[in-house]
Design a protein around this ligand. Structure first.
Ligand SMILES: Cc1cc2nc3c(=O)[nH]c(=O)nc-3n(C[C@H](O)[C@H](O)[C@H](O)COP(=O)(O)OP(=O)(O)OC[C@H]3O[C@@H](n4cnc5c(N)ncnc54)[C@H](O)[C@@H]3O)c2cc1C
Length: 390
């Protein structure tokens, strides 16, 4: 067991996170939700306490914790009714730089990401015309005398307005000229400050949840040669290697959401008394909650297994994807049971249930939709023919 999976350390993490989150009650999130505003104070509190640098090794100023510890951080944030989506990318997007970046890039960026003086929160992969079919993306990076010039468009680039850096995936070799179908895409780390308004245009997208997501346009954006991360043409594999970590961490957020819904529903089912007793005494109310509880417990085990395998460096693709799917299903089921338990009050904003219900629905689609996980499991887990991206 590594030091950062020690149960007493994990308990300490849970209580430290609960303490921070105690300062950000439902009323705080409700107000932001109405205004579709960014939770700056919450993000600053997490940054100041060092939790967003949890996965950065100590030699670069981070806490040097492992994924198991990071799942505890994110689960607890969500179990308290807060939402880490405004800043979770700060925790794991740097993984691509850590694993594939040059020594200069690591020295330059990781300590600043660890202490929060630089935000790496924007991850530009999805495009409007290619969606999940990442290899079909059209944004290009072409070499120039001084570096690279970027042209194209990204969509759903969350937190771009609140980030100093963006990790961008762009095509550097046309698709019909690559040796392997996964070659020809490259990863770049963009310092956005001087580029926004000078080639980069960010347009917020208002969505059913408060998520600070945007579309980003690149019009002849010039970036230096050293913005390239790792080897030219190998970007797809770099991005894939980070996606499993993201799936495990988002799964942990779903477990936190499920716990919040079940807690809230149980309290309400015990307190709400009609027909001469608490509504929770009726099996019609209990059973959907008990079922969601059982599914959450099962999903929680899979998240723990995936995180452990990840930390051990063992194969974990099946488990990371399964964890993401089961946890997203569990949080959605718990959300549905919680809303139903609250009857009409579930629709009232002041109960926070409808807001969390909207928030947790996202995980059926992003960062990867349930269908694509099922396709992956069918192929890699069961050995059925590949149904996508042939
Ligand atoms: C709020 C929000 C935040 C996001 N943040 C980011 C971000 O920061 N960075 C980023 O790069 N992206 C981000 N995304 C994008 C997200 O990862 C994609 O929306 C998601 O991967 C699905 O892609 P798509 O929307 O293009 O849907 P599509 O790929 O067009 O798919 C549409 C539907 O068809 C189904 N489908 C597609 N192909 C198949 C198939 N072969 N078999 C079966 N079903 C299929 C899918 O499951 C889905 O339900 C975000 C999205 C949202 C909504």
């Amino acid at each position: 067991m590594s030091a950062s999976s020690d149960p007493s350390l994990l308990d300490e993490i849970r209580s430290a996170i609960r303490k921070i989150c105690g300062d950000f009650p439902g009323q705080y999130w409700r107000q932001l939700d109405q205004e579709r505003a960014y939770p700056t104070a919450f993000v600053e509190a997490l940054t100041a306490s060092g939790w967003l640098g949890a996965l950065i090794p100590e030699e670069y100023g981070g806490a040097g914790l492992n994924i198991q510890a990071a799942t505890v951080i994110l689960e607890e944030i969500h179990a308290t009714g807060c939402n880490a989506a405004a800043c979770h990318a700060q925790m794991y997007t740097m993984g691509t730089v850590l694993r594939h970046g040059s020594d200069e890039q690591k020295q330059k960026y990781l300590p600043a990401i660890a202490d929060g003086s630089l935000r790496l929160q924007a991850f530009g992969v999805t495009e409007p015309t290619s969606g999940t079919d990442t290899l079909a993306l059209k944004t290009t990076a072409k070499p120039t005398d001084k570096g690279w010039v970027i042209n194209g468009q990204k969509i759903w680039t969350s937190r771009a307005e609140h980030s100093d850096l963006m990790l961008l995936l762009a095509r550097t070799t046309p698709r019909d000229q690559v040796a392997k179908r996964t070659d020809g895409l490259s990863v770049f780390l963009l310092e956005m400050k001087d580029l926004v308004g000078h080639g980069i245009t960010i347009r917020p997208i208002r969505t059913m949840l408060n998520h600070a997501t945007t579309e980003v346009f690149f019009d002849n954006v010039e970036i230096p040669a050293d913005a390239l991360v790792g080897e030219e043409g190998q970007g797809f594999s770099y991005i894939l290697s980070g996606m499993n970590a993201e799936r495990i961490l988002i799964a942990a957020e779903c477990i936190g959401d499920a716990k919040w819904f079940l807690d809230k529903a149980t309290q309400y089912a015990n307190d709400r008394s009609i027909f001469g007793g608490p509504i929770g005494q009726n099996q019609g109310v209990q059973f959907p909650l008990a079922k969601a509880y059982a599914h959450m417990l099962g999903a929680e085990l899979m998240v723990a297994k995936a995180a452990k395998l990840y930390d051990e460096g063992a194969a974990h693709g099946i488990e990371a994807n399964t964890a993401k799917m089961l946890a997203a299903d569990a949080s959605w089921e718990a959300g549905e049971a919680c809303l139903q338990t609250h009857g009409g009050f579930g629709f009232a904003e002041e109960y926070d249930v409808e807001r969390k219900f909207r928030e947790t629905r996202l995980y059926q689609v992003a960062p990867i939709s349930t269908n694509l996980i099922l396709s992956f499991l069918a192929e890699k887990g069961l050995g059925l023919p590949r149904s996508y991206g042939k």
